[in-house]
Design a protein around this ligand. Structure first.
Ligand code: 8DG
Ligand code: MG
Length: 141
């Protein structure tokens, strides 16, 4: 057996599926012109050295959206290779606690119902996140 050693850059990302009181999920639209520009995503970002994934998610969500959340259960971890980049996405269910989300580092944000996620264009890796959500798991279920 042979193994391929990847020379692609590898980003390790904490990702939040943030639920509100109406059981809606927060999604944001990546900035036009940047990597994967214009696509929708679940908010999150790179895990910094010494940080747990939970700490990363809480920090990123405050930086990107200006809101407080509680980071809950792990949903799924996805390893996906794009043409020029490998990503590991560690996804947690989160609960919105306080603040109105602001589009600080993205072009647009929306609260959407789980059933409506399929109407938005996401990066390829997100197919697996959305499938996991559809397999029937909300916080506390
Ligand atoms: N936050 C988030 N990132 C995602 C999702 N799906 C997906 O493929 N990604 C990818 C896109 C980016 O390559 C990476 C997220 O990293 P990032 O947002 O901090 O990176 P970036 O593209 O802004 O790059 P940089 O300028 O900060 O280096 O993971 C998702 O649902 N949420
Ligand atoms: Mg980000």
């Amino acid at each position: 057996m042979s193994e391929t050693i990847s020379l692609l850059p590898h980003k390790i990302i904490g990702v939040a599926v943030i639920w509100n009181e109406q059981d809606q999920i927060l999604i944001d639209r990546r900035r036009a012109g940047g990597a994967m520009g214009g696509l929708w995503e679940f908010p999150g970002g790179k895990i910094e050295p010494g940080e747990t994934v939970e700490e990363c998610i809480k920090r990123e969500i405050y930086e990107e959206l200006g809101i407080e959340i509680a980071v809950g259960e792990h949903l799924i971890t996805i390893d996906h290779t794009y043409t020029e980049l490998r990503v590991t996405l560690t996804v947690h269910h989160c609960r919105h606690l306080a603040g109105v989300p602001q589009a600080i580092e993205c072009d647009e944000i929306r609260w959407v119902n789980l059933a409506d996620l399929e109407q938005f264009a996401f990066p390829k890796a997100n197919v697996q996140i959305i499938a996991a959500l559809n397999q029937g798991v909300g916080i506390g279920d």
